[in-house]
Design a protein around this ligand. Structure first.
Ligand SMILES: [Zn+2]
Length: 235
């Protein structure tokens, strides 16, 4: 008797979960239809124009966190920002995904600004500062632990854990700006044109506002000797 009641309970629960699952999925499709309609209400040709092509001025390299979408943060529209996102906005020189996006943005789209955008309270940075294992992601977070190692004296002097995380958020953005400057993609582009700048930002989720870290780079002049590469012709 008990097992019949339990089976009945389990069946009801499974039905309830399935219903919620279906609803959360249907909401996405409905959201899409609502968005299409609201755009068409304002401009009946909106999607014809959107489909014609893109000409963004900006490449955004941000965190995968769901709270930091590039377009909303910068109040821009589809077509204005080319986007690459990963956990903790890391730019690794052997990451073919990031390099492909960067190369296409710089050399084909000819973007004028590359923005590395971190955010305070970043879960990836918090995890990197801990000793816990999180699985496969630990290997990705190693890149951030390397940033910590470069700045351990400063970071170890900060007692408050939130402040320590937030300072590493800033330092991580600065290091990733530096990493981008070290790529052949950016260095070769700087030889050919003067309108490419790499910026470092941090988003404050408590206010929505961006803090410009004021580390904008527009030439390889300040890179260390070893990282400032000769031009391609000298190969
Ligand atoms: Zn994050």
């Amino acid at each position: 008797m008990d097992s019949i009641i339990n089976n009945d309970k389990q069946a009801k629960m499974a039905h309830h979960i399935q219903k919620n699952q279906r609803r959360s999925y249907e909401e996405l499709l409905q959201g899409n239809r609502d968005w299409v309609q609201s755009e068409l209400d304002q401009d009946p040709n909106y999607f014809t124009k959107l489909a014609a092509g893109q000409n963004p001025d900006v490449l955004w390299i941000g965190c995968s966190d769901s709270r930091v979408p590039a377009n909303q943060i910068t109040n821009t529209r589809p077509g204005q920002v080319f986007v690459h996102r990963n956990i903790a906005n890391v730019c690794v020189h052997s990451d073919m995904n990031m390099l492909s996006v960067l190369d296409y943005a710089v050399n084909v789209l000819k973007v004028k600004h590359v923005i590395v955008a971190g955010h305070y309270g970043c879960g990836g940075i918090t995890a990197a500062l801990s000793n816990r294992q999180f699985g496969l992601i630990d290997n990705w977070l190693r890149h951030i632990k390397d940033v910590y190692r470069l700045h351990s004296v400063e970071l170890d002097s900060i007692e408050d854990q939130t402040q320590k995380v937030n300072r590493l958020v800033e330092l991580n953005v600065m290091e990733q700006v530096y990493n981008l400057c070290k790529t052949t993609i950016v260095q070769n582009a700087w030889r050919k044109r003067e309108d490419l700048e790499i910026h470092g930002w941090v988003i404050n989720l408590n206010t929505g506002l961006v803090k410009d870290l004021d580390v904008t780079a527009n030439s390889g002049e300040e890179l260390g000797e070893v990282f400032n590469l000769d031009s391609e012709e000298n190969i």
